[in-house]
Design a protein around this ligand. Structure first.
Ligand SMILES: NC(=O)c1ccc[n+]([C@@H]2O[C@H](COP(=O)([O-])OP(=O)(O)OC[C@H]3O[C@@H](n4cnc5c(N)ncnc54)[C@H](O)[C@@H]3O)[C@@H](O)[C@H]2O)c1
Length: 397
């Protein structure tokens, strides 16, 4: 046996997204050897429900399993750095959920550690892997849009609309100082850098907290769940429900993004439009198989995802023929296929096409500029003075 079939993975965290990781790994042919839950009992319950052979009692036990070469970190944000550090120190490749860390100081440390160990490292900015987003990147890189001038959009959800809505993300010590921006704005910002090839270099941000007191249930709450326990305690909330951010990109393009977790009716709506001197593209995550192509002197087009009509990157991210919708869970498989090509090779490519720890760190730097801009009420430059190497990804292979 060789290649993917010899690789074993383990997944830390068995909630909303840990489950998606397990299923995507199986689909691409990677053996999931076991999971680690928040407690041995919870891990065993989830392992049984998912049909995974083993639940580990601790990270130490997981890392002692010689059948595991790659570890996926899908625990709450405050655990990412400590777990990723131990995984790399134990010589295992790592795929970590976003946001990579709680602070840019921590994410810089992870980038340096990953470089020293020579192990494969990825941050799960999965939205890049909708086939049409890969295609949009190729379209921009080929110059079809001309010079990129305006990059606009939003990421709206409604699952934290009510004061009775609760999740660990609302606690800054678990989720981070930025909430809506760190949780979902980071996806939009990474996606726009990926598609345009341009980094955000300066930001002007207005953050708002509309629900300053929430009721925390005394029992546990699953992400996106609407079940509520009757007993609650009041909690003061200081992290943002919404953000409106003006952006300046490295090539001089301008932009804006609005982020919200309290927009009634918007379940998971990421939209963008990129306007260039020769054409535009626009995409909406709730209609992920359609890419709008805007023209000045001929009719506009809608490209339905179709491997036969897309370039190599779009084709590589597609698992199904045209007319067979590919959605959120499919992006994980496409992302992991790219990451595991490096795992099979034994080391990261010199500039990986998938989002690495360097890209996760870059979003932490942009996030810190956003937080500072909101605090000080002024434009703030993204400080990349400590970044040792270029972080722009090459086109995926
Ligand atoms: N890429 C994406 O699209 C995407 C989507 C959702 C969440 N996420 C990220 O994934 C992570 C998890 O989010 P979620 O929505 O699945 O949350 P969740 O609350 O549904 O799941 C988190 C899980 O981690 C477990 N856990 C807690 N402490 C643990 C520990 N010490 N060891 C092992 N497991 C532990 C919890 O029991 C829970 O099952 C977050 O970092 C989040 O930002 C990414």
């Amino acid at each position: 046996m060789s290649g993917l079939a010899t690789i074993g993975a383990a997944v830390i965290g068995t909630g909303f997204i840990g489950t998606v990781h397990v299923e995507a790994l199986r689909r691409i042919g990677v053996q999931v050897r076991g999971v680690l839950g928040s407690s041995p009992e919870r891990g065993r319950q989830r392992a049984e429900a998912l049909g995974v052979p083993r639940a580990y009692d601790s990270l130490a036990e997981l890392l002692a399993d010689p059948a595991v070469q790659v570890v996926h970190v899908t625990s709450p944000n405050d655990l990412h750095v400590g777990q990723a550090r131990e995984i790399l120190a134990a010589g295992r490749h790592v795929v970590c959920e976003k946001p990579l860390a709680m602070t840019a100081t921590e994410s810089a440390e992870l980038v340096a550690l990953a470089a020293r160990t020579g192990l494969v490292n990825a941050t799960n900015f999965n939205i890049r892997y909708y086939p049409l987003n890969q295609h949009a990147r190729d379209t921009v890189a080929a110059g079809d849009l001309g010079e990129i001038r305006l990059v606009t959009g939003r990421y709206f959800q409604d699952w934290l609309l009510l004061e009775s809505d609760w999740n660990w993300r609302l606690q800054p010590e678990r989720g981070g100082a930025l909430r809506a921006v760190g949780d979902i704005g980071s996806h939009w910002l990474d996606l726009m850098t990926f598609v345009t090839g341009q980094h955000v270099v300066e930001v002007m941000a207005d953050l708002a907290t509309f629900i300053e007191t929430r009721r925390e249930p005394t029992g546990p709450v699953e992400t996106f769940s609407t079940d509520r326990s009757a007993e609650t305690v009041e909690r003061h909330i200081a992290t943002e429900d919404t953000a409106a951010i003006l952006l300046r990109f490295a090539n001089g393009a301008r932009g804006s993004v609005t982020v919200s977790q309290i927009s009634p009716g918007r379940k998971n709506s990421l939209q963008y439009e990129i306007d260039g001197s020769a054409g535009s593209v626009a995409w909406d995550s709730e209609q992920p198989d359609q890419l709008w192509l805007g023209h000045r002197d001929r009719p506009n087009e809608i490209l339905l995802k179709n491997p036969a009509l897309m370039g190599p990157s779009g084709r590589a991210a597609s698992a199904l023929p045209g007319g067979h919708v590919e959605g959120f869970a499919d992006t994980f498989g496409a992302h992991f296929r790219a990451v595991y090509a490096d795992v099979v090779a034994g080391a990261p490519s010199s500039r990986p096409g998938y989002p690495s720890f360097a890209d996760g760190h870059d979003e932490m730097l942009v996030g810190e500029a956003i937080a500072r801009s909101a605090r000080e009420g002024r434009w703030v430059e993204v400080d990349r003075s400590g970044v040792p190497q270029p972080v722009t990804s090459e086109a995926p292979r």
